[in-house]
Design a protein around this ligand. Structure first.
Ligand SMILES: C[S@@+](CC[C@H](N)C(=O)[O-])C[C@H]1O[C@@H](n2cnc3c(N)ncnc32)[C@H](O)[C@@H]1O
Length: 346
């Protein structure tokens, strides 16, 4: 894979390691030091604040990504199978509606299982496709390799990085019109204010020929929601607790995992599921990097994730505030979930 001729490599590669795996596969990786020091800073900031919190993007190390895949297989967790069903039914139509597009980029690609359905449809109508997944988790390597085995006329430029860095890099890798995917209702992990900022950032990278498809989890019965985040196999609890295990592993923390428990509930006032870790007793926890102690009171919580739920009105409002417009909603029969296609607002 060649760099575009008019781009000086050091201009955009300075924050990335670039590895060419073969003539169809390249990987850009954020320099490790930057990622690690950000993790340490963010953990310190979250655990030192009055209402303790940790950022959900840190759930996804190898173990967290594996646990997330297990959550997706549970009977209770409807979002994955619902979004998948929508894509199974509508990917051909999405491909035909976006005839000029030959590049799909995906924010938070994970296993790429759902994007595979779109890639398959796009390749029925085109003889070549470029896929640019961005994910902070190295799981991206395995999922890309699996896609490359399945599709001979696919090239992959993977970016192992946070969304913001990855988005900036995309136009340097491929300047053709793109379909940008943000699936799995990951948009719900942001506060409303931060989701406007995030969509604006993506909007700034878009030209009028491009489409941005976002998976939104719609408001529904509270029972269904509560069950989805409290699965009977305990995968969601293990996923939540893994963030403390990760702090122990990577930053030298001494969290005793047995002393924390998972709690997830629907906050109807804020229209969001909340995940917390509850301290079972008064305790002190030491973290080596950069060296500090945190005190917990019995019953105190660490807020680890929000998962906001949407209505068609709130989606239109969010799009409008971000300089985007809704062009299509692809939904399931129960209106549990919508995959919404957004364009640059005229
Ligand atoms: C909820 S999973 C969704 C995965 C997949 N798109 C799906 O729909 O099944 C979120 C994915 O986004 C990645 N991720 C979370 N926060 C991120 C961030 N700030 N930057 C880059 N990737 C992130 C995680 O590693 C994970 O693979």
């Amino acid at each position: 894979m060649n760099l575009p001729e008019n781009i000086s490599p050091d201009r955009f590669l300075k924050n990335f390691d670039r590895s060419i795996i073969n003539d169809r596969f390249e990987i850009f990786k954020s320099l490790k030091k930057e990622t690690r020091s950000r993790f340490s800073e963010d953990v310190r900031k979250g655990l030192s604040s009055k209402k303790k919190f940790l950022l959900p993007k840190y759930f996804y190390d190898d173990k967290g990504s594996e646990l997330f895949e297990k959550i997706c297989t549970t009977d209770e967790y409807y979002p994955t199978r619902t979004e998948k069903r929508i894509l199974l039914e509508r990917s051909d139509e999405i491909s035909l509606k976006n005839k000029k597009i030959r590049t799909i980029t995906e924010l938070g690609s994970g296993s790429s299982e759902k994007s595979e359905l779109l890639i398959n449809s796009f390749l029925k109508d085109r003889n070549f496709l470029h896929y640019i997944p961005i994910d902070v988790s190295p799981v991206l390597m395995d999922s890309s390799e699996s896609l490359l085995k399945k599709f001979n006329n696919l090239n992959v430029s993977g970016i192992i990085s946070f969304y913001e860095n990855g988005i900036k890099l995309i136009s340097h890798i491929d300047s053709s019109p793109k379909l940008i995917l943000f699936l799995g209702s990951s948009i719900g992990n942001f506060t409303r204010k931060d989701s406007v900022e995030f969509l604006k950032m993506v909007r700034q990278s878009m030209n009028p020929d491009e489409r941005f498809m976002v998976g939104f989890d719609l408001e529904k019965d509270t029972e269904v929601l509560n069950r989805a985040y409290n699965d009977s196999k305990g995968y969601t609890a293990a996923f939540n607790l893994n963030i403390l295990e990760r702090i122990n592993r990577e930053l030298g923390g001494d969290f005793d995992l047995k002393k924390f428990s998972h709690k997830a509930f629907y906050n109807s006032g804020k229209m969001r599921m909340e995940m917390h870790l509850i301290s079972g007793e008064d305790m002190k926890v030491w973290i080596d990097e950069p060296g500090y102690e945190i005190s917990f009171k019995k019953g105190e919580t660490i807020h680890t994730e929000n998962s906001c739920k949407f209505t068609f009105e709130s989606i239109a409002d969010l799009a409008d505030k971000s300089g985007l417009a809704v062009s299509d909603h692809y939904t399931d029969t129960e209106n549990y979930f919508t995959l919404t296609s957004l364009t640059v607002k005229k």
